[in-house]
Write a protein that binds this ligand. Sequence first.
Ligand code: FE2
Length: 291
Amino acid sequence: MRSILDLGDIDEPLLLFGGSYGNLEATEALLAQARQLGITGARMIHTGDVVAYCADPAATVALVRGTGMAVVQGNCEESLGAGSEDCGCGFAEGTVCDRLSAAWYEYCVRELPAEDRSWMAGLPARVEFRMNGAKVAVVHGAPSRINRFVFASDPLEDKRREFALAGSDVIVGGHSGLPFIQPVDGRLWVNAGAIGMPANDGTPRCWFALMRPQGDGVEVEIRALVYDHAGAAARMREAGLPREYEQALRTGFWDNMDILPPEERARRGRPIAWERLSWMPDSHRFATSEL
Ligand SMILES: [Fe+2]
């Protein structure tokens, strides 16, 4: 049985984010945002993949660990913690991502102290908490599988099955790199996005989520993170990491869309909007707002 960390009842604003991918500049900017919002490490949850594509895995792990935040085990932590030969991302064999992952994964293995890899091995598969009566499950990919890519356009039937497995009112995940908030039969699926890579929307912005009690329910907000992406890209070049991901940091476009369903492919280059959704568990009411 994989481990679950239960944080109990939380009735204060919470910052949810993931996919820091060894991007130190983005992680520093995210923590600066948290400080501005008055959110401490005890009110932050990382959805996993602390390290991956970018140049500073050890420093990023140190920064995340230093806050004391709860961290869900991502496929990168699972693989590095177990001493596996590859990242376990779930890329199809022979794709560009599959080929490039060999380079950054080997880099992470080389750069990370053994003690950090032991920490990764001990991370929980799921973090749970309750906010205003809503039961929230935070996972990496999906409750059924750590490296399942879940997108907004995926069939609702798939998401219903995941909710049945999780037994929660709200699921928060990451892994797929694209943020979204989606009602599913009166429950709520949130992808908090990634802070270490842009969302293929043609801007270098990255994304995180805020959750807070509101009325009888919760309010979830997807927010953009603006950070020193040029500095992060320069660090990748110095480290000799794949140019494809370095370019993605600069341009906001992914090198390829192998993992994306047709709807998400069609959204390439369309800037993502800030989004907020209120969810009331008793009435299953939703209210959305967009800037
Ligand atoms: Fe992942």
